[in-house]
Structures are given as C-alpha cells and as structure tokens.
Write a protein that binds this ligand. Structure first.
Ligand SMILES: *[C@@H]1O[C@H](CO)[C@@H](O)[C@H](O)[C@H]1NC(C)=O
Length: 502
C-alpha cells in the first residue's frame, strides 16, 4: 500500500502535469500549423491523413521524430478549422506525398543530404549534352547558379514546354549552395532532393542530358552531315553510360533520364530503357521501354500566363462554356477531335481556335481560357499536350477526352476533384458532351475551380524552385518510385555481394 501524498503535493503534481501537457499540446499544434501554412507536402510516412484522420495518428507530424505520447490537442478545433479552411484534399496530399519518408521540409536550416528524400548523384557530362546547347562556354564543369538571373537561359517559345531536364538540373546544382530561407546571400530552395558527390551515398543517378532540346535544335542534318547531331549525342551518351560502374551495377535501373519530348531520344530510348524516364506520356513508347511502373510523368511547362488567385474570373464572369485550342486535323488518335468539331462548331457558347497557342498569340489564349468555364483536352497525335496545363493555370476546368492519357503525380493528386473526364466513345454521341457540361451546377463548378487554384502551383517550373512546384513534385515522385525499386533491387541482390567478393 502506498500512502497517498499530502494534498498540497498532489496539487503541485497536478499543476506540473497540466503544465507539461499544455506545453506538449501547444508544440504539436504549432508544428502542424506551421507545416500547413507553408503548404509543405512532406509529412510522416504512411500515416492516415494528418488531423483529419483518427485520433491515434494525429500527432505523427515529424519525419524522424518519435511520436509524442498521446495528449489532448488544444480542443483540436483550431486544427480542424485549419484543415477545413485549407480543404481536406490538401491535408490528404500532405500525408500521401510524405510516403517517401525523410525530412527535408526546406523551411529553414541547410539542405543536408542526410535528411533529404532523395540523394542525387549528378553525372558530369560534357557541356554539349546540357548547358552547352544554351550557348554556355563550359569553362567549368557546371555554370554558376548562385544568381538566378545570370544562369544560362533556355530558348523560349514552344521549346520551353519540354524544358523539364533544364529545371531539374538547375535545381540539383543549387542544392549544395549555402541555404538561406530568405534568399539573402544563399539560395532559398526546398530540400527534397540533394546532390551528393559520393556515388555510394546516392539513391538515384541523374543523367543531365537536355534530350528534348537536342531533338528541337539538332535533329536536322546540316551541311555535309550524314548523321544529325541529335543522333550523335545519343550514341555518345549510350557509350558513356555503358562504361560507368554505377550504370553496370544495376543495369541502369537507378538512373534518371529525361526524354520529355515524345520524339526525343528516339535512337537511345530502347538501349537505356532500364532507367527511370521522366516523360510527358507513353504514347510513342512500347510498354517494355516505358511504363508507369518504372517511369514518372511530368507536366509540360505551360505557355499561357498563370492567373493569380484574386484575378481569376468566377463562374459568372466566364461567358464561354467550352474552349478548345489546337489543330482539328491530326494524324492518329485525333479522329475524336474532328467528330467533336462537327458536333460542336455551331454551338454559340463553344469556342474553337485553330492552331497552336503560339500562332494565335499567348495573350489571346490566356484571355480565351480565362473567360471559359471548361477547357477541352481532346486526344491528338499524342494522348497528352501542354493544353491541359495551360487550362490548369487559367483555372479553366479541364475536360479530358483522352482515354489513354497519363497524368502527372496522380498518386498524390486526385484529378477528378478539378477535372471532368469523359470517355471518347461517350463524348462523340450527339449532344452528350454539352449535356454533361451544362449539367455541372454553379456550385460543383466552383468547387472544382477552387481546387484548381490550390493545385496550380504544382505545375509551375521555375528557378529557384519553390516548395511543391513541378520540380519538387518530380523529385518526390522519383523518391516514391525509388523506394519500391530499391526493395526489388536489394532482394535480387541478396546473394550477389558475398558471391562476387569472396
Ligand atoms: C563514400 O561513402 C562510403 C559509404 O558511406 C564511404 O565508405 C566512403 O569512404 C565514401 N567515399 C568518399 C570518397 O568519401
């Protein structure tokens, strides 16, 4: 039998306990709150939705920190209010995107490889494979990326829509600069991916070949050339990689290559097909060369200007019901376009514009999409196109009529929250597309429009990169893919090390 403590002791104990619990609860709240405010996608691995989930998981917010003992979060109403204000999908996104684990929330401190989701080894390819194509002199191994205004510029116009490799390379180069959250002196950048120079510490080997630009710029034969420069570069790249010990180790499976333009790396794509590709879609790839299991789909860089949140016209300020921009006559897969054109061309609130955004003027396209409720994305000669991303940043609800389309980051984004999907066979039935679109109520449309405004930043390419923009979303997607790949590689390698070393 324990004698119970005297009353004044009991009061002190009760007070101290209360104080400790309050402090703990407050720090939980502050931590969660700061993460939401920064709209950071990194949260703890495989936990059910932060906040919105059941009570047991509510406190698992920190990457590597042990979960605090369960305590009552301050009435939890503030938390729930935040979660509701931000929209639950954001909360869900946070926990899903964190599935790669690790820290690296990029809010402060320096980017150290230890806490990054993805440690990236960057091959020092000769400049002709990357910045040399941008007119950079190549006196050093890499351009100086400290001043964002002074980095080599990518050619503008339609080249830009496939500039993914350029943004990824700039970002990984900047990952070892001194980190400063407010930009003063150092580089402010999220720390999802960090460059390592020791290959044995790398999760992934990045091949910085600007394949899309090589296709755009160097496909034509010049002078007495018998082979195009684009082909020569690909052949050299294959030779270079096959010589690398790192490539040979897993046959290239942990390598990252970016042939984003559907026609880029035509000659090398099969030889390097073990690698993880960053692609716009699988339209021109046989399934054994590229597939969703090993590869990552990345957005096109949009060409129209992004609308700010407060300049985005609402339902009543968008007089056009449906907007389509593009060629009507396409090679394969584009028959749906012609049929739809025949069905819709006489409707007064449907707007068809021919040709590319560029021919028609980017400003006109920006205005057209911003004054439309729905923007049609109809399969053309490839399942995807930059039109979808132009629609997203115009907050024009995309209507996707492309059965084979693959969408970027679909493991963390639920596109049905901000897009309307119509099967091609349904869309071409007389009157059915318009019936579907007119059937979307003002409230339903507004919900999708709000969600579009929340997700639009995931589709921005920029340097320096910002939290959760397209560059960071790609690194996150690569990190998630690497986890299952590593499991598979380590499993197949169980007996290899001892057998070859002994
Ligand atoms: C690279 O990392 C490995 C593993 O941590 C370590 O053993 C090795 O010494 C490192 N090499 C260099 C050159 O730092």
């Amino acid at each position: 039998m324990q004698p119970s403590p005297p009353p004044e002791h009991r009061r002190v104990i009760r007070f101290v306990t209360f104080l400790a619990l309050s402090l703990l609860a407050f720090s939980c709240w502050a931590l969660v709150n700061s993460r939401i405010n920064n709209a950071i996608l990194i949260a703890d691995a495989d936990k059910t939705p932060l906040l919105a989930g059941d009570d047991d998981d509510r406190h698992n917010t920190g990457g590597d920190h042990p979960a605090p003992i369960p305590v009552a979060v301050p009435s939890s109403s503030d938390l729930m209010a935040d979660a509701v204000r931000m929209g639950n999908p954001v909360v869900r996104e946070m926990s899903l995107a964190g599935a790669a684990g690790g820290g690296g929330d990029g809010s402060e401190g320096s980017c150290d490889a230890e806490n990054a989701q993805l440690r990236v080894y960057l091959y020092d390819l000769p400049p002709e494979f990357h910045f040399g194509m941008l007119g950079w002199d190549g006196k050093e191994a890499w351009p100086d990326v400290r001043d964002a205004g002074a980095v080599p510029h990518y050619p503008g116009g339609l080249n830009l829509q496939h500039s993914v490799a350029y943004w990824l390379t700039l970002d990984i180069l900047s990952s070892t600069l001194p980190h400063s959250p407010d930009g003063g002196g150092g580089m402010s950048r999220p720390c999802v991916a960090v460059r390592v120079t020791n290959a044995s510490l790398a999760d992934v080997f990045f091949v910085p070949f600007f394949a899309s630009l090589s296709y755009n710029r160097h496909s034509k034969l010049r002078g007495r050339d018998r082979v195009s420069r684009n082909r020569i570069l690909q052949a050299e790249l294959v030779r270079y990689l096959m010589r690398q010990e790192e490539w040979r180790r897993w046959g290239g499976k942990d390598h990252l290559v970016v042939p984003h333009h559907p026609n880029s790396m035509m000659q090398a794509r099969r030889k390097l097909s073990a690698a993880m590709y960053v692609l716009s879609d699988f339209g021109r790839y046989p399934p054994d060369v590229a597939n969703l299991k090993k590869d990552v789909i990345a957005p096109y860089m949009h060409v129209v200007r992004s609308l700010g949140d407060d300049e985005s016209p609402a339902f009543g300020q968008r007089p056009v019901l449906a907007y389509f921009q593009g060629a009507i006559h396409r090679k394969d897969g584009g028959k749906v376009r012609q049929k739809l054109y025949q069905l819709l061309k006489d409707e007064k609130d449907v707007h068809f514009t021919y040709g590319s955004v560029r021919q028609n003027g980017i400003r006109r396209a920006t205005k057209g999409m911003a004054s439309s409720k729905f923007c049609l994305n109809i399969a053309g000669d490839t399942p995807s196109s930059n039109r979808l991303f132009d629609a997203i940043v115009s907050h024009c609800v995309p209507v996707i009529i492309s059965d084979e389309i693959e969408l970027p980051f679909e493991d963390v984004l639920d596109y049905s929250e901000f897009c309307v999907f119509v099967r091609a066979s349904d869309a071409v039935r007389q009157g059915s597309l318009l019936r579907i679109l007119r059937g979307v109520t003002r409230d339903q449309w507004t919900t999708m429009w709000r969600r579009l405004k929340e997700v639009a930043h995931h589709f921005e390419y920029q340097y320096p990169s910002k939290p959760d923009d397209a560059v960071q979303m790609i690194w996150g997607a690569v990190a998630r893919k690497m986890h299952s790949l590593k499991l598979q590689l380590h499993k197949t390698g169980r007996y290899q090390r001892t057998h070859s070393d002994s």
